[in-house]
Design a protein around this ligand. Sequence first.
Ligand code: ADP
Ligand code: MG
Length: 718
Amino acid sequence: MPSAQISQNGVNLVKESKGLFADYGALTFDKKAMARNLSKATYQQILDVIENDEKLEVEIADEVAHAMKEWAISQGATHFCHWFQPQRGVTAEKHDSFLSFDETGQPIDRFSGRQLIQSEPDASSFPSGGMRSTFEARGYTAWDPTSPAFLLKNSDGKGATLVIPSVYLSWTGETLDMKTPLLRAVRVVEERAFKLLKLFGNRTARNVRVTIGPEQEYFLVRKEFYRRRPDLVYAGRTLFGAASAKQQQLEDHYFGSIQPKVLEFMTDLDRALFERGIPAKTRHNEVAPNQFELAPIFETANLAIDHNLQLMEIMRKTADDHGFALLLHEKPFSGINGSGKHLNWSMADSEGQNLLEPGAAPKKNIQFLVYLAAFLAGVNKYGGLLRAAVADAGNDHRLGANEAPPAIMSVYLGEYLDRLLTDIEKGSLSKDASREAIGHGLKSLPSIVLDNSDRNRTSPLAFTGNKFEFRAVGSSQSIAEPATALCLAVADGLDRVLEKLEKHAGDEDFTKRALDVVRELVKETKRIRFEGNGYSEEWHREAARRGLPNAKNTPDALETFVEKAVVELYERYKVLSKHELEAKHEIKLEAYVKLKEIELRQLRELIVTDIAPALVRQIDLYGSAAGRLESAKGGKELKAKLAEFGGLLAELYAGADGAEKVLEKAGAETDMVQRAKVFAGAGVETLSEMRSACDRTEQAVEHRYWPLPKYRDMLNLL
Ligand code: ADP
Ligand code: MG
């Protein structure tokens, strides 16, 4: 049945619709659901908790819990769980049923305020970096009311679970998750940004919020191929694979028309996201074949991050329903682009004013420049931390490996803004220090900045008109870590600004003072500004001259987490203690080590059980043919090929032995830093040698003997 009918006079009658977004957020206990299911007073209280940072009164928890349970059960839920973010960067959950018994022993459904607020998962197997030994492995999760609870539906539609976003702490108060530090850091930067706003005379805003929009890149591969590639399944990326004849050289995929099957997946995905209240906005093909991107509308930091974590899960599941495996790894295929997650970052006041948006009036523009300067100051001081916050084995293939973006944390402002800052630095904008002069020079800022931004895709931190885009984040990572680091860096920059300006609050020449601060910070942070090509050799040399950190691999980058300046930053803002940072360092090193172990073992196994045997068959075949052709034409060529194959076989086995040696050597290191360094050095080298031998073998062996899907299979969705 077509949905539009033709009336007698030929006019289209649109079938009555409940509206495109009638089901938006239907699976969340959002404000709408709360307003419907809670008493007015309780609803108001909970709104205050969510929006105005009020403290949650335990008395209302029982009512909220009961309402949540009734709402969840009406939609098929039988269980609830606290959902939290252990430091390994994915989410964790443990389900409990609503089952309880009344006085007469009859089963009833029950969900108390206590159960809503706190839960005790068995924490013994979550990484804690030595903070908890197993026998005292007791942590608890606590409800985060600022992120709405949601329903996780079973794929067959039968049953659902009420999921409660939570933080995760140890009983001794130590932080075990990624959300707790994020919430703290966000608060720290928001408070400072708000103070500055008030200094500029704003009397109406009630607060400032960090806003985040993460653009998510991913690959799709047909499941039948994915399943037959253990490297993809266990390491998340192809550990070998010769380039197919056509990869991305025609540049015909980016923004190309979306294949029908992919579009069906995307449509289903959007529907699932909307039901969860996740504001998916843009979908398109990316540069590499089979690569795509989804960008949401930005939200407040905590929500944007929880939503991105849910989104990654929903994406995987929806892809699976459509016969695809969804790859979030930063570099699933060699030779074509990898995937990132651009973290768009800004701050807005409670009236919706974006603080990184150049205003229409000169005074507003000075305010904008002060926030900008604080941002630059933060990045200048803590560039190494930002690099550390995105360091992991997957991202090593992008950062510092000649792919977007480089590992050197520089800032791109766009030609106009760059020139403006240079003018301010030289003093040419305010020679007579009069307001007119300042006003004149800054008058046309907004439109020009917007028009000129976002031209440089090689910069890890780019100002894109009204927000910063941190492009170094990996596609599979939680943005909580980089967002925490960025918020703290900017908070430090803002504190420096506040220190200089607070004493001039209300002064006649406040604007001039503000511009002086901008000038001072612009001078100080010149070294991180770079407008050129971030991939070029010259930039790497230049950056070294400027003294910018350039950690080439994960273990090197991670060291920053335990450097004095970073420990001081996290402790000063009471986000993490030295001990907790050391634990973080350890956890991340361990994750790196484990993944590298898996990669080496997996490729070694594939060589021994699949790749070398395929080559041996080929040798067998050519060997007998060579015997038959002994002195005839072609015999010589076959023999030469056989010699070549023999060489390859030797290389393959040498690689497999090499992998064992690396594993042994690393295993002998008791110190985690040293162990990680073995993998980053000899480990990575051995993997690349093995890969090279495998790729050449793949190209040498007859197609029907080749046991594993090739790039040309996997990079084709038809
Ligand atoms: P592009 O990067 O392609 O120019 P947009 O400017 O539309 O695209 O934004 C890309 C991402 O940045 C989107 O996810 C969007 O929601 C997010 N974004 C836009 N404005 C802000 C903001 N003020 N704060 C945080 N994120 C933002
Ligand atoms: Mg972008």
